[in-house]
Design a protein around this ligand. Structure first.
Ligand SMILES: [Fe+2]
Length: 240
């Protein structure tokens, strides 16, 4: 654990019929915040921010699927915020957004004193992003607790997802707290990368062909939400 005092707090709300999480990255020093994936009853999060005296200055999108962005207009009517997403996602989406800030993987955004690193994590969509702030990772539909995003919809690519998850597995500290885009967890809605490396089947496969087989042909037939942990041995057996 770091002994550095966090500059921020992550507030989360599970909203809508698809167990989506809407997050607020609240910077303590300035009482400003970024809202991530504003959707569904987003007014609940906007009211929460108002009640706490938090000003929303930025909107971060993990990707452009309807269940993650259907509260965007309402959010922009409430707050005069900048909208951030990755350039390949904007291209994939094709939406005519008013002056969005388009990023590349590796870019950084500052909300007050809180620095947010943007990871390009393609696989679920071409321009999916994860937002890494302090020890927290807001992962959208890239990584769920013991699951990962579908790769069979338009713009999905299971081989890219394999590479994305491999990089996340090796690149993120084991103590990183995962905040997923949907609540598919068996108990606590968050987890650590360490627990995911132990029990997330999508982090168990060592070659892309096995991963693709499991993601595209096996997973949906043998598992349902909430997802339990799966050992590496169980994952290996599942693709035999
Ligand atoms: Fe999605």
């Amino acid at each position: 654990m770091s002994d550095k005092i966090d500059t921020h707090t992550i507030h989360s709300m599970e909203l809508g019929p698809m167990e989506n999480f809407v997050y607020l990255i609240h910077d303590h020093a300035t009482d400003t915040a970024a809202i991530v994936d504003p959707a569904w009853d987003v007014e609940k999060m906007l009211e929460f921010a108002d009640d706490k005296g938090i000003r929303i200055t930025d909107v971060l999108l993990t990707h452009s699927h309807h269940d993650h962005i259907n509260g965007l207009q309402q959010t922009l009517e409430h707050s005069d915020a900048n909208v951030h997403l990755l350039k390949p996602e904007a291209k994939f989406w094709g939406e005519n957004l008013a002056a969005p800030k388009l990023h590349h993987g590796g870019d950084q955004i500052k909300i007050g004193d809180s620095q947010i690193n943007i990871l390009h994590t393609p696989g679920h969509t071409p321009g999916s992003a994860c937002y890494h702030v302090g020890n927290d990772l807001i992962a959208g539909d890239t990584l769920f607790v013991f699951g990962c995003g579908r790769c069979d919809m338009t713009g999905g690519d299971p081989e890219e997802m394999f590479q994305t998850l491999k990089k996340m597995k090796s690149g993120l500290p084991s103590t990183t707290i995962l905040h997923p885009g949907h609540n598919y967890a068996p108990q606590s809605p968050t987890s650590t990368m360490e627990n995911q490396c132990q029990g997330n089947p999508f982090l168990h496969f060592e070659n892309p062909a096995d991963f693709v087989k499991y993601r595209m042909h096996i997973h949906d037939k043998i598992r349902d939400t909430p997802y339990d942990a799966i050992s590496q041995e169980q994952a290996r057996k599942a693709i035999e």
